[in-house]
Design a protein around this ligand. Structure first.
Ligand SMILES: NC(=O)c1ccc[n+]([C@@H]2O[C@H](COP(=O)([O-])OP(=O)(O)OC[C@H]3O[C@@H](n4cnc5c(N)ncnc54)[C@H](O)[C@@H]3O)[C@@H](O)[C@H]2O)c1
Length: 258
């Protein structure tokens, strides 16, 4: 139990990577607040965590709203007395040709993916600073460093996450915090299903036709189960990663190696 008695918040906890991290954290002994804009599905995650013998409650959050993010941090501290780990995994994507990308798309992407992470870092950072310890884990993407057509706004929003992560790592580590990011490649989640469908539609192909070439781009020759990436989030939150700070942990199977 590498996270025994730790208190964690995971955003994006309703499905995909966030849900896998909640379940992995409770298995390692943490109490976890499962936060998502989809309150019903977040509650389902928390129920699964409790059925597995862990401590978990769910709460709705809109990470693009700083007040909403402050509320989940306050809730976790009220319920469990402290906050040790914040995982900012909530995210959205848009598939849109570059020449058609609108300011509205760009602003929404930044509001959720970039400002949403900043708010999580700030809200968690404030309470962690007062105890002189804490782990913050953000989620970036291989897309931030690859040249992916039709994905400009998403890629740029994740590049912002990487800048926030490095800046926070530099500012907060002297006060006992550690801030790192995980960079997944292609995970078997709803987001990837929507991505593959959207990219295939733009190319005038089916997802089945495109899949062999998509897999061939990944040196390990398969997509990742979210549980495999959640295992990275467990390690980054554990005592074993005490000296890891400002790291972008690549969990892409080698899809991107920058
Ligand atoms: N799927 C991939 O292959 C992949 C690759 C690289 C990075 N990522 C990143 O990993 C993270 C998780 O991705 P996933 O595949 O599990 O996605 P997903 O779409 O399966 O889950 C994302 C979750 O975020 C929640 N969410 C969206 N907007 C929100 C908001 N404003 N406030 C709170 N919650 C909100 C959604 O309700 C959903 O439950 C995201 O940050 C994503 O950008 C995913």
């Amino acid at each position: 139990m590498r996270l025994r008695d730790r208190v964690a918040i995971v955003t994006g906890a309703a499905r995909g990577l966030g849900r896998a991290i909640v379940l992995a954290y409770v298995r390692e002994g943490a109490a976890v607040l499962a936060a998502d804009i989809d309150a019903g599905a977040a509650e389902n995650t928390a129920r699964l965590a409790r059925e597995a013998g862990g401590q978990s409650t769910a709460m709705q959050v809109d990470v693009s709203d700083a007040v909403s993010v402050d509320e989940i941090v306050r809730h976790a501290v009220d319920e469990w007395g402290r906050l040790d780990i914040m995982v900012a995994a909530a995210g959205i994507q848009v598939i849109e040709p570059l020449l058609e990308t609108t300011a509205a798309t760009w602003e929404r992407m930044y509001a959720v993916n970039t400002l949403g992470v900043l708010y999580c870092v700030q809200a968690a950072g404030r309470v962690m600073l007062s105890r002189g310890s804490g782990r913050i884990i953000t989620v970036t993407s291989a897309a931030a460093r690859m040249a992916v057509p039709n994905f400009t706004a998403y890629a740029a929003s994740k590049a912002g996450v990487e800048c926030i992560t490095r800046a926070a790592a530099a500012e907060l580590a002297p006060h006992g915090l550690r801030v790192n990011s995980i960079s997944p490649g292609r995970m078997l989640t709803d987001m990837t299903t929507v991505l593959e469908t959207g990219l295939a539609a733009l190319a005038g192909e089916t997802t089945e036709e495109r899949e062999p070439a998509r897999i061939a781009q990944i040196p390990v020759r398969r997509k990742a189960a979210p549980e495999e990436v959640a295992a990275v989030a467990v390690w980054l939150a554990s005592d074993e990663a005490e000296y890891i700070n400002g790291c972008r942990l690549n969990a892409t199977g080698g899809l991107e190696m920058d």
